[in-house]
Design a protein around this ligand. Structure first.
Ligand code: URP
Ligand code: ZN
Ligand code: ZN
Ligand code: ZN
Length: 464
């Protein structure tokens, strides 16, 4: 007799964004085909007793193999980034395809697809970064690519070579509206940053901590307010990524109260790091933008996690090596914070940090954990219901979670290409013990199965 299922996950506690219940899960052809009290008849039965059975993490904000200035390369390629993601309980990551000045989006995409093809241990789905919004890009490429499943893109208000003017943002948002794609924005006031940075350097204030001091909260609050105003003028929903503090959150809350569709994302660094983590001997390791703030901002971001200002919790994984070069992530990193590449690794530690600090400490429910780490990402970026939930017909993208396992986060146990973790020594309770992508076990008990089976997943247009 042929078995009914390829795999049964048996005896676990299933968690979705709306429910927690005991059930067996039957998988066939990479999809979930049965959910019932007891199932039998499979080629493989995975014992999940004592485990939570959750939708695999979807990390909708990761940077992989993106160029980052002269001589500095990101520490992860698609192999290492997606391996690290899998060990961290993720089944899909959404990296950025970065358009260089003068480049077409198609050329940018074929470059990134070339890097990713055959290398990925989990599924991937690209966002675009629009840095050169020519009439051709906005009028032809974005609409065509949205039809092909590239249904989201990020705009930047800061960084040379990436930042858009307000007019360009309005034009690009309008293209999002016409093509049905999701607009995302990095909100920091570039002129204010440059002004403060030049003043700091003139005063000889060049240590890593001045990265945070020259990007104070008003820099982010003002840009968040402006981005939302531009979205209101263009009449388009907008995702504000990597929100770090209460004042930016209040801009989002006020916009929602006016009836605008504004979504919010925060990241682990804003929940557990502060600007003091840049004021240590190796402070360059923790340089990212926006910078981590203070304990009041941490508390505010937790409120946003608990109460719903934040729809998604992502890593903003943007890995560099600290010791590669003469100085601190960059050959000139020792000279001034100006040269330290912005970004920290975090795709593997994202879920354990939220589970431990959020669920175990009683701040959020298991359902909210799943919503923030998987389901809402799928909904907001057009992957739902294929991904982001445990339901009949969905891809069998599943993480088995040991809610009691205690671990100390440390570079030694991680699988990314960075040579450090910002969370060295951080203690967590709860750990992913098995990661399955479309029915195939990718990581089990700390071991990676080969070969790589991750695919690029085209997406639907998000519903508003
Ligand atoms: O510092 C950060 N966040 N680097 C990554 C690029 C970005 O702005 O998301
Ligand atoms: Zn590999
Ligand atoms: Zn950003
Ligand atoms: Zn980012």
């Amino acid at each position: 007799m042929t078995p009914s299922f390829d795999t049964i996950i048996s005896g676990g506690t299933v968690v979705t964004a709306s429910d927690t219940f005991k059930a067996d899960i039957g998988i066939r052809g990479g999809r979930i085909v049965a959910i019932a009290d007891t199932l039998t008849g499979a080629a493989e039965v995975i014992d999940a007793s004592g485990r939570l059975v959750m939708p695999g993490g979807i990390d909708s904000h990761v940077h992989i193999s993106q160029p980052s200035g002269e001589g500095v390369v990101m520490a992860d390629d698609f192999d290492s980034a997606t391996r690290s993601a899998a060990f961290g309980g993720n089944t899909t990551v959404m990296p950025f395809c970065f358009q260089e000045q003068g480049q077409s989006l198609r050329d940018a995409l074929s470059w990134y697809h070339g890097l990713a093809e055959g290398q990925c241990h989990v599924d991937v789905s690209f966002h675009l970064i629009v840095s050169d919004p020519t009439p051709q890009v906005l009028g032809q490429e974005l609409p065509a690519l949205a039809e092909e499943g590239y249904t989201s893109f990020k705009m930047f208000m800061t960084y040379e070579g990436l930042k858009l003017t307000d007019r360009q943002i309005l034009e690009t948002m309008t293209a999002a509206k016409l093509s049905g794609a999701r607009a995302m924005i990095h909100a920091e006031n570039d002129d204010a940053i440059n002004f403060l940075r030049d003043q700091a350097e003139l005063a000889g204030d060049t240590a890593p901590k001045f990265h945070a001091l020259t990007r104070p909260i008003p820099v982010e609050r003002e840009a968040t307010h402006r981005a939302i105003s531009l979205a209101e003028i263009a009449d388009v929903p907008l995702m504000i990524v990597h929100v770090s503090n209460r004042e930016a959150m209040e801009e989002i809350a006020r916009a929602r109260a006016r009836g605008l569709k504004i979504y919010g994302e925060t990241c682990p660094q804003y929940l557990v790091l502060t600007a003091e983590d840049l004021d240590i001997p190796q402070g360059a390791k923790n340089v990212c933008s926006p910078p981590p703030r203070d304990t009041a901002s941490q508390a505010a971001c937790w409120e946003g996690i608990e109460q719903g200002i934040f729809d998604v919790y992502s890593s903003d994984h943007c890995p560099f090596r600290y010791d590669d070069t003469a100085g601190k992530k960059h050959p000139m990193g020792e000279k001034s914070f100006r040269w330290i590449p912005n970004g920290i690794p975090g795709v593997e530690t994202r879920l354990p940090i939220l589970f431990s600090e959020g669920v175990v400490k009683g701040r959020i429910s298991l359902q909210r954990f799943v919503a923030l780490t998987a389901t809402n990402h799928a909904r907001l970026y057009g992957l739902y219901p294929r991904k982001g939930t445990i339901a009949i017909g969905a891809d069998a993208d599943i993480v088995l979670w040991d809610p009691e396992r205690q671990m100390t986060l440390s570079q030694d146990i991680l699988h990314h290409g960075s040579d450090y973790t910002p969370y060295e020594g951080f203690e967590v309770t709860g750990w992913p013990v098995l990661t399955m992508v479309r029915g195939q076990v990718v990581v089990r008990d700390g071991t990676l199965s080969t070969p790589s089976t991750g695919l690029h997943i085209p997406r639907e247009k998000p519903q508003a």
